[in-house]
Structures are given as structure tokens and as C-alpha cells.
Design a protein around this ligand. Structure first.
Ligand code: PLP
Length: 401
């Protein structure tokens, strides 16, 4: 027991602390490259047009009410989310071996999945990439996992994937370890395995009897194509592996604060589906009882309506803006003759770039240029716009020189 008045201050959550420092800064040229959210070229948050249109439709639909949803959420949402992930014609869906559960965004999906694995099935050890999204460790520990371990992922010298280190660490993992894998647009490095590399990773996971737990927070954000970005998950599922995948609709639908997520469960055997679903019902019941409706209904309406679904090209708009900021930044750094190589800015994908800037260089950018980014050198490409790209490039150039 610890008395409330002897409680120590918890450590700050870096990304929120940096974001607050940016908001408090009154400098006219300040730039926010920290928080993981999309911004337009005007630096504004964006409500996707198809989302706005659907919200208006729902607001006028008098058949809707505020009754509780079922514990596992809206079936129309979770089945559409599962199809978006796997493709509607995936064998796991056609054979009745896959299902979804609506959750509180991607974090909630990770939490439900992890708690189910730890408390219902007794899994203890989990592996996360070095580096990874800072919340994986906390979510899994709070869910009942007791053995956190890292696998090598990032080769800082060559600014690429450390495939050999990754495979070696998987080879050495005890049977039944849960392996957290970023489905695409790895956060924070923006560096994903190629198809051939994924095949090798899947091979070791299968041979060593490890349990793949995908985290898909950026489907559509990496390439602009939902299908392309789901390749790794679909490939693992097509090998017949038992697995789960946490999905977030925060970024690809811009529904950050609506907390819309799904956990897709893929089983080997169809007959396990009903008991697994019933146990997951208890996991959710004891955690938050049932999910909210609004965001899930928006996503379900869009995904289940072919005409609205086609209007979802906003994903491509977002992905393309990010790609053009990547090439614009690289081009400027090269033109300025900034020391070092900058090809990684365009070879990395998704929202983030792992710039390779050191903590001291980051500090210099914050103090001298009011450009806010994480200590690791991770930047959110969406914070760059046609208005500030020259300023950012010159600031990085002066900092590196
Ligand atoms: N996983 C990764 C890798 C992320 O980057 C994020 C958000 O930044 C999430 C999961 C969860 O996001 P949310 O809970 O907002 O859906």
C-alpha cells in the first residue's frame, strides 16, 4: 500500500509534453512536428468530407437512438472493419474463422487483445520492436503480461531495418511469446519490412511457435491504398497462423477523439470461434462494458455503402500530401548541401520520419527555431507545409552544419 500523500509524480508523456510546449510558445514561426495527427497544408486538423457527410445523415436519422450497443459493439462495424483488414474474400473470413470486436480505438484493441491473451490464455512474454510506439509496453504490462522484451528492428547506422537482428531475436524467443508487429508505417521509424522480409519473419514466427499480434494504426496512410497497406496481415493470415490484429480508425478516418477501433481475431479452427467470442465478451464486460456508438456507426456506414466508400479517397489525399512533403524536404536539404544522406526521408513511409537528428540537435531546433519534435528525432511529416518547409529545411541545415 502507498498512501495518496506519499505518491510520486508520474513521468511526463513526452509527446503530450512537447505538444503543450508548442501550444504555449508564442513565436510566430513555431512549427509542431511532434503529435501524430494529420494536418492540412494550412496546419489545420481535417474532418474528412465523407465523414462530415455521413455525420449529417446520421444526425437526421430519427430511427437512431442512444441505447447501449452490445458488449462486442456494432456488428455492422466490426465485420466491415475485419473485411477492410483482410479483404472480404479472404479464406479466414469465408471459412468463418475470423471475427472482429469493436474497441476503444487502436489502444483499446491492443488492451482487449493483450488482456485476453494474458488473463484467459496465460501468455506472459511479449516482444516489441526497438524502437516502438511508446505505449506498447505500458498497455501490455497493464493487461497482465509480466515479461517485456525487445527485438532489434532499427539499424541506426544505415538507417534501415536490422533484419538479421530481428530474426535472431525471434529465433531466441521462448515458445508462446507474443510478438507485436506494426502492420505498416512503423511508428516511429517509418521503415517497414519488404514482402520478402515479411516472409522470413513469418517463417520464424511459425517455426518457433510464437504468437503474432499486429498493430494496424495506419492502414491506407502508408501508400494511400488500404489493400497494399494490409499486405503483411493478409499474408500471415493466409499462412493459416492464429493471430490477432488491433485496428485504429483514428488516422485513416480522422476520427481521433471518437475512439473507433477493432480487434480482428483469426483462428485456425472455426469451432473455436464461439467460445473465444464468449470469453472476449467477459474481457470487455469487465473493462468498459460496451463501446460508444458514434464513430463506429460512421465507419460502418461508409464501409458498407459502396458509393460512400469510393468517396474515401481522402486517404489518398492525406497520403499524397505526406509523400510530397517528404520529397520536398529531402530536395531542399540536398540543395542546401546539408551534411549526411537524406534518402531515408523518402524511403520511409507513413506519417513519421526518423530523421537521425540527435537529442542535442533536437534541443537546438526547439530552442533556436521553435520547431518541436521528439527527442528521438522523430518528426510528423504532416506538421510540414508548403508555408514552413523552407524554414524547416534551413533550420535543420544550420543545426546539422
Ligand atoms: N499503435 C500505433 C503504432 C500508434 O502509432 C497509435 C497512435 O498513435 C496507436 C496504436 C493507437 O492509436 P489510437 O488509440 O488513437 O487509435
Amino acid at each position: 500500500m502507498c498512501g495518496i500523500n506519499s505518491m510520486k509524480l508520474g513521468p511526463p508523456i513526452e509527446v503530450f509534453a512537447v505538444n503543450k510546449a508548442y501550444l504555449d510558445d508564442t513565436h510566430p514561426d513555431k512549427v509542431n512536428l511532434s503529435i501524430g495527427a494529420y494536418r492540412t497544408d494550412e496546419g489545420k486538423p481535417w474532418v474528412l468530407p465523407v465523414v462530415r457527410k455521413t455525420e449529417l445523415q446520421l444526425a437526421n436519422d430519427e430511427t437512431l437512438n442512444h441505447e447501449y450497443l452490445p458488449v462486442l459493439g456494432l456488428e455492422a462495424f466490426s465485420s466491415a472493419a475485419t473485411s477492410m483488414l483482410l479483404g472480404a474474400d479472404h479464406s479466414a473470413i469465408l471459412e468463418g474463422r475470423a471475427f472482429g470486436v469493436q474497441t476503444l480505438s487502436g489502444t483499446g484493441a491492443l488492451r482487449v487483445g493483450a488482456e485476453f491473451l494474458a488473463r484467459q490464455l496465460g501468455y506472459k512474454t511479449f516482444y516489441f520492436s526497438q524502437p516502438t510506439w511508446e505505449n506498447h509496453r505500458l498497455v501490455f504490462l497493464n493487461s497482465g503480461f509480466t515479461e517485456p522484451r525487445e527485438y532489434r528492428y532499427w539499424d541506426a547506422n544505415n538507417r534501415t531495418l536490422d533484419l538479421n537482428g530481428f530474426l535472431e531475436d525471434l529465433q531466441g524467443a521462448p515458445e508462446n511469446s507474443v510478438i507485436i508487429l506494426h502492420a505498416c508505417a512503423h511508428n516511429p521509424t517509418g521503415c517497414d519490412p519488404t514482402h520478402e522480409q515479411w516472409e522470413k519473419i513469418a517463417q520464424v514466427i511459425e517455426e518457433k511457435k510464437l504468437f503474432p499480434f499486429f498493430d494496424s494504426a495506419y492502414q491506407g496512410f502508408a501508400s494511400g491504398e488500404l489493400e497494399k497497406d494490409a499486405w503483411a496481415v493478409r499474408y500471415f493470415a493466409s499462412r493459416g497462423l492464429e493471430m490477432v490484429c488491433a485496428q485504429s480508425f483514428a488516422k485513416n478516418f480522422g476520427l481521433y477523439n471518437e475512439r473507433v477501433g477493432n480487434i480482428t481475431v483469426i483462428l485456425k479452427d472455426k469451432q473455436d470461434l464461439i467460445p473465444v467470442k464468449s470469453q472476449l465478451t467477459l474481457t470487455v464486460r469487465g473493462m468498459y462494458s460496451n463501446p460508444p456508438n458514434h464513430g463506429g456507426r460512421i465507419v460502418a456506414t461508409v464501409l458498407n455503402n459502396p458509393q460512400l466508400y469510393d468517396e474515401k479517397e481522402s486517404i489518398r489525399t492525406m497520403a499524397n500530401r505526406i509523400l510530397s512533403m517528404r520529397s520536398g524536404l529531402k530536395e531542399r536539404l540536398q540543395r542546401l548541401g546539408t551534411p549526411g544522406t537524406w534518402d531515408h526521408i523518402t524511403s520511409q513511409i507513413g506519417m513519421f520520419s526518423y530523421t537521425g537528428l540527435s537529442p542535442r540537435q533536437v534541443e537546438h531546433l526547439v530552442n533556436n527555431y521553435h520547431i518541436y519534435l521528439l527527442k528521438s528525432g522523430r518528426i510528423n511529416m504532416c506538421g510540414i507545409s508548403t508555408k514552413n518547409i523552407d524554414y524547416v529545411a534551413k533550420a535543420i541545415n544550420e543545426t546539422v552544419l
